[in-house]
Design a protein around this ligand. Structure first.
Ligand code: FAD
Length: 400
């Protein structure tokens, strides 16, 4: 009798966790993990941090060793999946082969959003999503003096810190009025703005890129204000787009991500999805959200594996995130969506450690903790358990 076959498409945080979790859930059939980055599944977060700064190698970033996959009888396959034939339970691979599946997991992730400006295809213009991207950036950075980063989000700011560590002059261009505008309170934005300026980065807000110019190689970034900024390299970090085309073409429901239910199941009972490519309704936040974090990819992958083994679990763990810049470790517990009040513990205008607590209707819903690991643990617990907290307790959090 043929063994049941689980195929996982996308071999990164979600895919690697899902494969491991399938064995933990006692899936005794085949497991095939298909990836198209020609590497053992590796950790993506260090790419803009230690890896860009040259502090570690790709081998250091492996999520699991090659021996782990061999021991767990997880077959790694290097291929791109081009199409899903759901009625036939078949995948079409870019090498012309087809592959049968009984259960399918889509862990397709996301790709860097392209800058819609003339000149964005010049040499010296980079995006930062994969290890291969970083290798190109590092090579160019070795002979560059001036780097311009388009986008003042986490990836842009982490990249700024790493390029400063490599000795480059760095300018960050942010289109909105403050860095991290989409994700943090103004006080936290002001903190990171100050830190980067203190570290020698030129931070320009309200700076909209009109074009990149140069001969074959990028030389200048032209702003809509008419100003020109010289650049040897330009790195664009303006967000990501989920890889949903494969799912959409197969007729799965897609809404800013492959739609999954609380058990990580898509609109097809034989197909689950997890990670950056998946969106889900989260009752607590009252909306459909596509999370972009390692912790969420891991949680959804565990739940997806359970669903594939017909042992449904609920996606429950609180989303959390982190960012490393210079000597600062930012840890974020929860999502601040819909916050109506912030409480600060510490002084972000002066210190290098503080916590910004976000409340909605008096309830703690999220916290940005800079160099405050204890505040982070406290917040995770309180937010998860929905424990009532007094405002005075939060202000005094650092001295407890
Ligand atoms: P991805 O990591 O995007 O992987 C998807 C994989 O699927 C890719 O390898 C892709 O090539 C492959 N694939 C796609 N389509 C196909 C196909 N058709 N066939 C075969 N393979 C396919 N998160 C944090 O929590 N903390 C951080 O500090 C942090 N820092 C980050 C820094 C950087 C520079 C980046 C880029 C991301 C960072 N993130 C961070 C986000 C985090 O890396 C993502 O949330 C996480 O990688 C999501 O994992 P995933 O498996 O869903 O998708």
């Amino acid at each position: 009798m043929t063994k049941s076959r689980a195929v996982i498409v996308g071999a990164s945080h979600a895919g690697a966790q899902l494969a491991a979790s399938l064995r933990q859930e006692k899936w005794d059939g085949e497991i095939i993990l298909i990836g198209n980055e020609s590497a053992l599944p590796y950790q993506r977060p260090p790419l803009s941090k230690a890896y860009l700064a040259g502090k570690n190698t790709l081998e250091d970033l492996a999520i699991r060793s090659a021996e782990f996959y061999a021991k767990q009888d997880i077959q790694l396959q290097d291929a791109t999946v081009d199409a899903i034939d759901r009625p036939a339970g078949q995948l079409a691979l870019s090498n012309g082969e087809s592959l049968r599946y009984d259960k399918l997991a889509l862990c397709l992730g996301a790709r860097a959003r392209r800058l819609p400006a003339p000149g964005a295809d010049l040499a010296g213009v980079f995006y930062l999503r994969t290890a291969a991207d970083v290798e190109l950036i590092r090579e160019a950075a070795a002979t560059a003096r001036r780097a311009v980063i388009v986008g003042g989000g986490y990836i842009g700011l982490e990249t700024a810190a790493s390029l400063r560590a490599l000795g480059l002059d760095v300018t960050v261009l942010e289109a909105t009025e403050r860095v991290l505008e989409r994700v943090t309170a103004p006080e936290v934005s002001a903190f990171f703005d100050r830190i980067h300026r203190e570290e020698g980065v030129v931070v320009r807000t309200g700076a909209l890129v009109q074009a990149l110019t140069g001969d074959a190689q990028v030389r200048e970034v032209v702003l809509t204000s008419g100003e020109n900024i010289s650049a040897d390299i330009v790195i664009i970090g303006i967000g990501v787009e989920p890889n949903v085309e494969l799912a959409a073409a197969a007729g799965l429901v897609v809404d800013n991500g492959i739609l999954i239910d609380s058990h990580a199941r898509t609109s097809d009972p034989d197909i689950v999805a997890a990670g950056d490519c998946a969106s889900q309704d989260i009752a607590r936040y009252g909306r459909r959200i596509r999370l972009e974090s390692v912790s969420s990819a891991g949680e959804q992958a565990k739940v997806a594996a359970a669903a594939m083994c017909d042992k449904p679990k609920e996606i429950a763990a609180l989303p959390w995130f982190w960012s490393d810049q210079y000597d600062l470790k930012l840890q974020i517990a929860g999502l601040n969506t819909g916050y109506d009040e912030v409480i600060l513990s510490g002084d972000p205008a002066r210190d290098r450690d503080f916590t910004c607590f976000y409340l909605r209707d008096g309830e703690l819903i999220a916290a940005d903790c800079v160099n405050r690991p204890r505040d982070f643990m406290f917040s995770k617990r309180v937010i998860t358990q929905r424990t009532p907290v007094l405002r005075e307790e939060l202000v005094g959090q650092s001295v407890r």
